[in-house]
Write a protein that binds this ligand. Structure first.
Ligand SMILES: Cc1cc2nc3c(=O)[nH]c(=O)nc-3n(C[C@H](O)[C@H](O)[C@H](O)COP(=O)(O)OP(=O)(O)OC[C@H]3O[C@@H](n4cnc5c(N)ncnc54)[C@H](O)[C@@H]3O)c2cc1C
Length: 494
């Protein structure tokens, strides 16, 4: 969208954190905003779900940089979302993540100085390379707290070297396999392999957790409730259980949406906080021409996961304040596979929740590709349970005897696909790899007046990426100059 929107009515498609944060921001900027959601409940991947009375996470396990002067904290403040009501800091024992490899256990410490210290001690042979890598990481951390990053031109990263793959940088520095494997983990958090992960995204993800790391106090449904409350108190309107089936337009300009219920909502601008391939299905072929369509259709997705939620006895398996990754790497330091674990307290006394996640290819579930959630049949359930049982068995190597543990739920890429309309059940949307970065970036500049993108496919995935996307969408809608002025005014009130 090249020109600011003329008029005040905005429709946002999708009520995930991308749609809701864009809704709050645009309401603060005095737009009349309606968020439309296909599901009966709002929140998308941010929302948790209940099994046996226990809140189970989907898409918010931990977030970084929520401190008062840190990028996510500053954006939450601008939205009027109270951090302390929702999150607790991690890392009190000095560790955010524990990476367990066959031959090495590495604890990711809670700040950048401690990381440098720890990497130097663990990988003395990499002293020279670490000097370069850490200087770069510090540079990008500094840029992330520069107010211009969020509020004015939006992109202080002018150095093209930052868009090269992290794997290439490590090759050129000739790092050891051990260091390569440790530095590969942050790439997993945006779903891009190290060999193709732009240095900038690697560093932003790692830096954000080193600023500070946080977990939800009460789960994603509470987080969703607080976002909804804020949106509605600013006058925003939420329509649930009625998906958008068409984005309408006149003379090449978007002018509203048509819902599944056939209701029409007129709008001066439409923000789509959904997957761009789903967006294509909603747009007439006269609005977006073939070359653009083909480019979007051809974008590679990030991978899916299988996630298993297990209730465990709290006395035997106390909550752990850091995350645990069990990882397998090859002799070159390339991570082959891994499992993510969290053990957290629950609202049921005496019971803790063990969450486990590992990569799962969409193609592994192809026999059920044409089925929908709840109707996939016995064989699918058996395959899910077999994988869950073997993950549970493997988890005993870390947590000890889990024979009393109870599997509460298992979800697959097909579950995510159906739940939020994510092609191939991708966790992090399209892949922001160096290889397809230009195509991914061009999504932000669709040649359709009145339409712009928010959500994890706009700028970057994750809670922080989605908020960057919402700030960017608001900037496009109101125009750069007015946005900088309005937001500056707001932050001065801090
Ligand atoms: C398993 C998993 C673990 C993750 N862990 C973390 C983590 O620990 N930390 C972190 O920061 N990020 C994490 N992420 C990523 C993070 O959850 C996402 O980046 C973020 O929630 C995406 O938000 P969104 O608003 O872009 O999309 P979504 O949450 O997918 O929201 C899109 C919404 O649009 C709705 N919709 C789709 N089509 C239509 C239509 N036609 N009409 C109306 N509504 C429609 C969907 O139903 C959905 O509610 C994780 C993701 C996954 C899947």
């Amino acid at each position: 969208m090249r020109h600011p929107v003329e008029g005040k009515n905005i429709v946002i498609i999708g009520s995930g954190i991308g749609g809701l944060s864009a809704g709050i921001l645009l309401s603060l900027l005095n737009f009349k905003v309606t968020v439309v959601e296909k599901n009966p409940l709002p929140g998308g991947l941010m929302r948790s779900y209940r099994r046996a009375g226990i809140d189970c996470p989907v898409g918010v396990h931990y977030v970084g940089a929520l401190g008062e002067k840190e990028p996510l904290g500053v954006m939450f403040h601008a939205l009027g979302i109270p951090v302390d009501a929702l999150f607790v800091p991690m890392g009190q024992k000095g560790i955010i993540d524990r990476y367990i490899f066959d031959d090495l256990t590495f604890d990711l410490p809670a700040n950048i100085d401690a990381l440098e210290d720890s990497l130097r001690k663990t990988f003395p042979q990499d002293k020279k390379s670490l000097k370069i890598i850490m200087a770069n990481l510090r540079k990008i951390s500094r840029q992330m707290v520069d107010p211009s990053f969020l509020f004015t031109q939006g992109n202080p990263f002018q150095n093209m070297d930052d868009y090269l793959p992290m794997g290439e940088l490590l090759d050129s520095l000739g790092v050891t396999a051990g260091l390569r494997a440790v530095l590969a983990v942050p790439c997993n958090l945006i779903g891009v392999p190290l060999s193709d992960c732009p240095v900038i995204f690697h560093h932003m993800v790692l830096a954000s957790y080193l600023f500070s790391s946080w977990r939800l106090k009460e789960g994603g449904s509470k987080m969703t409730d607080i976002f909804i409350r804020r949106f509605e108190e600013l006058g925003g309107k939420l329509i649930l259980n009625d998906g958008v089936k068409k984005i309408s337009s006149a003379n090449g300009k978007v002018n509203g949406v048509i819902l599944e219920s056939e209701k029409t909502l007129f709008a001066d601008g439409v923000v789509t906080a959904i997957h761009p391939k789903i967006l294509l299905q909603l747009l007439g072929t006269d609005v977006l021409r073939d070359p653009h369509r083909r480019r979007i259709q051809g974008l590679t997705e990030t991978e899916g996961v299988i996630a298993v939620q297990v209730s465990v006895d709290a006395a035997t398996h106390p909550a752990i304040n850091n995350n645990i990754y069990r990882l397998n790497r090859d002799s070159n330091g390339v991570i082959q596979d891994g499992v993510f674990y969290q053990v957290q307290g629950t609202n049921s006394s005496g019971v803790n929740l063990l969450s486990m996640m590992t990569k799962s290819l969409y193609s592994d579930w192809s026999p059920w590709e044409n089925t929908s959630t709840g109707k996939r049949g016995q064989e699918y359930e058996e395959m899910k349970m077999n994988i869950a049982q073997s993950l549970l068995k493997k988890a005993e190597e870390i947590f000890g005897d889990l024979s009393d543990a109870r599997i509460l739920d298992v979800y697959t890429p097909l579950t995510i696909r159906d739940y939020v309309n994510a092609p191939e059940g991708a966790c992090y949307g399209i892949m922001r790899s160096s290889r397809q970065l230009l195509k991914a970036v061009s999504l932000n500049n669709l040649p359709i007046p009145g339409l712009c993108l928010a959500g994890q496919n706009a700028i970057a995935p994750g809670v922080m990426g989605c908020l960057f996307g919402s700030f960017n969408a608001a900037r496009q809608i109101i125009g750069q100059e007015r946005f900088a002025h309005a937001i500056k005014w707001d932050t001065q009130k801090r």
